[in-house]
Design a protein around this ligand. Structure first.
Ligand SMILES: *[C@@H]1O[C@H](CO)[C@@H](O)[C@H](O)[C@H]1NC(C)=O
Ligand SMILES: *[C@@H]1O[C@H](CO)[C@@H](O)[C@H](O)[C@H]1NC(C)=O
Ligand SMILES: *[C@@H]1O[C@H](CO)[C@@H](O)[C@H](O)[C@H]1NC(C)=O
Ligand SMILES: *[C@@H]1O[C@H](CO)[C@@H](O)[C@H](O)[C@H]1NC(C)=O
Ligand SMILES: *[C@@H]1O[C@H](CO)[C@@H](O)[C@H](O)[C@H]1NC(C)=O
Ligand SMILES: *[C@@H]1O[C@H](CO)[C@@H](O)[C@H](O)[C@H]1NC(C)=O
Ligand SMILES: *[C@@H]1O[C@H](CO)[C@@H](O)[C@H](O)[C@H]1NC(C)=O
Ligand SMILES: *[C@@H]1O[C@H](CO)[C@@H](O)[C@H](O)[C@H]1NC(C)=O
Ligand SMILES: *[C@@H]1O[C@H](CO)[C@@H](O)[C@H](O)[C@H]1NC(C)=O
Ligand SMILES: [Cu+2]
Length: 550
């Protein structure tokens, strides 16, 4: 399954590192020092308990009323805001008539792989009417989110922000207040109907077009385009962020879309990127910030403009859609209002910088705040992404010619505890038996659409990306590249991701576009199964798989 690195591939790195030592560049330790099951140098924080009750109700985020999911009767769900070192406890009460899960996106779950919240991989779903508690220590910091990993539930409301503060964050004294900005696309039709239609020959693999976009769960829909008989109110309020002139703000921007990428901006105000998915970067000025599904950035914004109200914009990159709903207004807005501004009509002052659509912010423009040394890869894994009709003429996704099929009743982690080391092909398992190996994932996308790939339990260095199906190994960025947990492989292109495998568990590796999860664009890594088996999962986790609903 794994092919060893060729000499031609490794030589440039050898050359590069001898070059670095020649310059006497001081770099951080090559491999994170955490041991297999616990974090080293983790402050001893507090226990922070959050009760999350999930229910299904009618709600109208953009004025269009529909049946959706709420957490504690809120949408988005409550913000989880904790400090590095804390132990987070999520008491999830499932008041639905279907099973659910909660995945804390970007958390390493070191020593607690059973709390990663992925049905079919790390747990059986929480059955209707039942309660389950996730409990894990956080020893990372930055901007994250949590969401259901069951079916398409997250795109219908089971989603919220997750922020981990670090008292040692180098920027902590450089802003006065912070705001969380959740940006997402929004559908007016039940996801079960959309999925059923999507997985037919007629869809030809074209994803459902969103009906709207939301900022922190709000927008206003033009009800004259709602279907007759629907319950719709026009002119619902936009999300508002308050500024005091002279103050500085940190916006934690989280893309919780099912499908659409956005370009984020605030009229007249510059943004300075300081964080990418937990990694603190040097300040990088932008006017318009592209942000793909599941990605996060922190930006610093100075309230140094005349007292007034300004639009915040999240523009959907509709040029990456196969089909665009005729009633979609791709310009999603919120309002930034300075204190003491008179209530006047807002003027349109969009930034006009050109941003290439459907690709990530050029990662080479971002520089980590704390330099890191990238270790050499021990070997690489080729992952070929394709879409084609199956024998029933339904367009499905393939990873190395294999469509993922979820095994709800017998998740991979349970199989590992039962002693299994071999998995059937449709589980798309990549097995890594050794500790602390450094692996390159070479993602080759033969599809005409982009795919934002997310890796659970890890961050990876983004070493390069380009067009075509022949990766260019010679020009990889191994000199202090950024690390993140979600990166986009361009349409008909490639991306190379490097990670250190030192976190025993079963970790999802999948496209975060919900429609592509449904069509099978999912793989998983099983890392160090021998070490996993030294852990003891909690009894209530084991019991989930024997509940009648599953
Ligand atoms: C995927 O397929 C390619 C092409 O056949 C092959 O080179 C590669 O090793 C495969 N990867 C895995 C992880 O099996
Ligand atoms: C969570 O629910 C439990 C049991 O209902 C209650 O005792 C506790 O106070 C709640 N905690 C929070 C933080 O709401
Ligand atoms: C999170 O908590 C910290 C510390 O209590 C606070 O400074 C910060 O404003 C909070 N963040 C949000 C987005 O509420
Ligand atoms: C598959 O479905 C497409 C779209 O409906 C149709 O154009 C095509 O003829 C079908 N092909 C076969 C082999 O049925
Ligand atoms: C709503 O849509 C209708 C029909 O397209 C259009 O006439 C009207 O101006 C729109 N209203 C607003 C507030 O954009
Ligand atoms: C969120 O990700 C989706 C999917 O890639 C993308 O189309 C959308 O533009 C992103 N949104 C933002 C605000 O970047
Ligand atoms: C303008 O005034 C209306 C009504 O008083 C209020 O609802 C709205 O929030 C105000 N808008 C701004 C941008 O201050
Ligand atoms: C994938 O499957 C297709 C169709 O069955 C076949 O033509 C192709 O050679 C396969 N590719 C690989 C890399 O196995
Ligand atoms: C990749 O191709 C696209 C579309 O042709 C083009 O806009 C872009 O500049 C190319 N990117 C690179 C890195 O060559
Ligand atoms: Cu995808």
């Amino acid at each position: 399954m794994l092919s060893f690195l060729t000499l031609a591939y490794i030589l440039p790195y050898l050359f590069f590192f001898s070059f670095l030592s020649f310059l006497n560049v001081s770099l951080a330790s090559p491999v994170p020092l955490d041991d297999a099951f616990s974090y080293t140098n983790c402050p001893n924080g507090q226990e922070r308990v959050f009760n999350l009750t999930i229910s299904r109700k009618f709600f109208a985020p953009d004025g269009f009323s529909r049946d959706m999911f709420l957490i504690n009767d809120q949408f988005p769900g409550p913000l989880i805001n904790v400090t590095k070192g804390d132990t987070v406890v999520l008491n999830v009460k499932n008041d639905l008539d279907e099973d659910t899960t909660i995945h804390s996106h970007g958390m390493f779950q070191r020593g607690t792989p059973w709390y990663d919240g992925v049905p079919g991989q790390t747990q059986c779903g929480i059955p209707a009417g039942q309660t389950f508690s996730y409990r894990f220590q956080v020893c990372q910091s930055g901007t994250y989110w949590y969401h259901s990993h069951s079916r398409a539930q997250y795109i219908e409301g089971i989603v919220g922000g997750l922020v981990i503060n670090d008292p040692e964050d180098p920027y902590i004294n450089q802003y006065d207040e912070e705001y969380v900005v959740l940006i997402q696309d929004w559908y007016h039709t039940d996801s079960k109907i959309l999925v059923r239609k999507f997985l037919t020959p007629e869809s030809q693999g074209n994803e459902p077009s969103p009906d709207n976009g939301l900022i922190n769960g709000k927008n206003s829909f033009n009800c004259s385009s709602a279907s007759p008989g629907s319950d719709c109110y026009s002119d619902t309020p936009l999300e508002q962020f308050n500024f005091v002139q002279g103050k500085t703000y940190r916006f934690r921007v989280i893309n919780t879309s099912a499908f659409s990428a956005f370009i984020f901006s605030i009229d007249k105000h510059e943004l300075e990127v300081i964080e990418v998915e937990g990694m603190i970067t040097k300040r990088h000025k932008v006017h318009r910030l592209p942000i793909n599904v599941a990605q996060r950035y922190s930006v610093i914004v100075k309230a140094d403009k005349p007292i007034a109200s300004y639009f915040m914009r999240a523009e959907m990159e509709t040029s990456c859609f196969a089909v665009v709903s005729p009633t979609l207004n791709p310009m999603v807005k919120a309002i930034v209002t300075y204190e003491k501004s008179s209530n006047q009509t807002l003027s349109e002052n969009p930034w006009s910088d050109i941003v290439t659509e459907c690709v990530d912010l050029n990662p080479n423009e971002l520089v980590p705040y704390h330099p890191q040394q990238v270790p050499d890869a021990d070997y690489n894994i080729n992952v070929i992404v394709s879409f084609r009709p199956d024998d029933k003429n339904v367009t499905l996704a393939f990873i190395n010619n294999s469509t993922y099929v979820i095994d709800l009743k017998y998740p991979t982690l349970k199989k590992v505890f039962d002693g299994m080391n071999h998995f059937v092909p449709n589980q798309n398992v990549f097995l890594i038996e050794k500790n602390k190996v450094v692996v390159d994932i070479i993602l080759i996308n033969t599809d005409g659409g982009e795919h934002p790939f997310h890796f659970h339990g890890h961050v990876f260095w983004v070493l390069g990306s380009g067009n075509g199906t022949k990766p260019n190994y010679k020009n990889l960025n191994t000199k202090n590249p950024i690390q993140r947990d979600t990166a986009t492989v361009p349409a008909n292109g490639w991306t190379i991701l490097r990670f250190v495998s030192n976190n025993p568990g079963t970790w999802g590796f999948h496209c975060h576009i919900e429609w592509h999860v449904e069509s099978g664009l999912v793989a998983q890594f099983v890392t160090q199964p021998d070490l996993i088996r030294k852990l003891s999962p909690p009894a209530d986790w084991n019991a989930l798989c024997s509940k009648p609903n599953n």
